[in-house]
Design a protein around this ligand. Structure first.
Ligand SMILES: Nc1nc2c(ncn2[C@@H]2O[C@H](COP(=O)(O)OP(=O)(O)OP(=O)(O)O)[C@@H](O)[C@H]2O)c(=O)[nH]1
Ligand SMILES: [Mg+2]
Length: 296
């Protein structure tokens, strides 16, 4: 039987559910998700291995206009993800379709590969509200197909996969057939800690943080992680620590549970808070925190 393989880029505004969709398509938690915009900062591959196919989904940072070096890195990661792919999926949030989405869609009007539009979070709305939006989207006749999904409920995810599979050429697998991401366990742990910080911290704090892994000891019976939550502002340091260290503890406990589930190993996490002003514009700091040019 012939084997198909290829790459599919997942693009869209922040917070529309790109990472949730990649996780649903792959069937594993590849990429962290959160209710805060700009959760994904790296290009992340989520690999779906079928019996006679391999689809590499390319999760990307939401299209944004932040002016820091980190913002530039994120934009490059997103733009670079759409070259040399076999299909592009532009994801929209059913409740928040606006001019920004139309701009993103139009950017791909001349690409050679098929373009799909996915209207996600469909369970939050109804057909009457969706009709005018779908009507507007209909003018994009270069789009191969419009699909409505609910990533968190798994609605139409298998159908989307089937449509994408049709666009893939015959070819060998790009990655070993038992892998579901290109990222290391260390990177995934770093991201899980950030996800918990995004979950528990409020207001503007989440956007200003990064996770710096100070040591990562991967013993067969226990993974020991020592990490800093890096913040731009001294004012935020105490909030991240919380009363008697309660916030740090909450982040650490939640991250430990997820990492234990991911690795099937006992995990110990020690978290500290470090203030590093302007880290988002410091190229050395960015490399240390996991934003490497070679990864995009
Ligand atoms: N109701 C509903 N919420 C969803 C759905 N898909 C994702 N979400 C939620 O939307 C929020 C954003 O999801 P993400 O997957 O992190 O979005 P993203 O597009 O990757 O965001 P960035 O990485 O910031 O660009 C999270 O709170 C998700 O739980 C969906 O189908 N329905
Ligand atoms: Mg994301």
């Amino acid at each position: 039987m012939s084997f198909k393989s290829g790459f599919v880029a997942i693009i869209g505004k922040p917070n529309v559910g790109k990472s949730s969709l990649v996780n649903a398509l792959v069937g594993e938690k590849v990429s962290i998700t959160s209710p805060k915009a700009q959760t994904t900062r790296n290009r992340i591959f989520g690999i779906k291995n079928g019996e006679n196919y391999q689809i590499v989904f390319v999760d990307t940072p939401g299209v944004q206009h932040t002016k820091s070096k980190l913002g530039e890195y994120m934009t490059q990661a997103t733009d670079g993800a759409t070259t040399d792919v076999d299909a592009i999926v532009v994801v929209l949030d059913a409740l928040r379709v606006n001019q920004e989405d139309f701009k993103i869609i139009e950017k791909y009007s001349k690409v050679k590969c098929p373009v799909f539009i996915v209207v996600n979070k469909i369970e939050t709305t109804n057909f009457e509200k969706m009709y005018p939006i779908l009507d507007k989207l209909n003018k994009y006749d270069f789009v191969k197909k419009f699909i409505t999904t609910s990533a968190i409920r798994g609605v139409n995810v298998a159908e989307l996969e089937k449509d994408l599979l049709e666009c893939l050429p015959e070819g060998e697998a790009y990655y070993p057939r038992d892998e579901y991401t290109d990222k290391s366990v260390r990177f995934m742990c770093q991201e899980i800690i950030r996800e918990k910080a995004l979950l528990f911290l409020q207001e503007e704090i989440p956007h200003g943080i990064a996770i710096e892994i100070m040591s990562f000891i991967d013993d067969p019976d226990c993974i020991k992680i020592n990490a800093n939550i890096v913040t731009e502002s001294a004012r935020h340091k105490q909030i991240i620590i919380g009363a008697n260290g309660s916030m740090l503890k909450q982040i650490g406990v939640a991250a430990r549970k997820d990492i234990e589930e991911l690795t099937g190993t006992k995990v110990m996490i020690e978290l500290f808070v470090k203030v590093k002003k302007d880290w988002k514009d410091d190229l050395n700091a960015l490399t240390e925190f996991g934003f490497n040019k070679k990864d995009i």
